[in-house]
Design a protein around this ligand. Structure first.
Ligand SMILES: Cc1cc2nc3c(=O)[nH]c(=O)nc-3n(C[C@H](O)[C@H](O)[C@H](O)COP(=O)(O)O)c2cc1C
Length: 133
């Protein structure tokens, strides 16, 4: 079994601005390098007010990755939504995918805060599927 976690956080950069995009690119480059080495896969959903990320891999690698992410000053208010065992990867082949248009979750009743871990996995899986087609 593999460990899959879902967390949300608040970016301390503006992903829609020029300097924020550079920050995001730097984060993704480091994420892909480390994840490829440690066998971690996943997806990052980016919105101006909120990030959501899914990480999957063996428990130790996911835990070490999360430990680094928790200490990263480029975001704050990290909330772990779910941690579970899964029989297989949902994001196989994605050392770290990214989407800025996983629907418009803010438009839902209750807003983005009403989304569950399952919602994020579903939205990211749809984005991954679309990107690989
Ligand atoms: C929103 C967010 C997502 C991140 N995702 C990952 C990730 O999936 N894997 C990873 O190794 N680092 C990730 N990082 C970066 C780590 O916090 C840390 O900066 C990096 O692993 C350190 O790598 P370096 O010392 O080689 O620069 C993320 C950071 C942020 C802010």
């Amino acid at each position: 079994m593999l460990t899959q976690i879902v967390y949300t956080s608040r970016p301390r950069f503006d992903p829609t601005g020029t300097s924020g995009r550079k920050t995001l690119d730097t984060i993704l480059a480091a994420a892909r390098r480390h994840n490829a080495e440690s066998g971690v896969t996943g997806f990052l959903m980016v919105a101006p007010e909120r990030l959501a990320q899914i990480l999957e891999g063996d428990a130790v690698s996911v835990g070490q990755t999360l430990t680094r992410i928790l200490a990263d000053p480029r975001h704050e208010a990290v909330q772990l939504l779910d941690m579970r065992l899964v029989p297989e990867r949902t994001f196989s082949g994605w050392s770290m995918g990214v989407t800025e248009s996983a629907g418009d979750p803010g438009a839902r009743p209750g807003g983005v805060n009403a989304l569950t871990a399952e919602d994020f996995v579903r939205l990211a899986a749809a984005a991954a599927n679309k990107a690989s087609n």
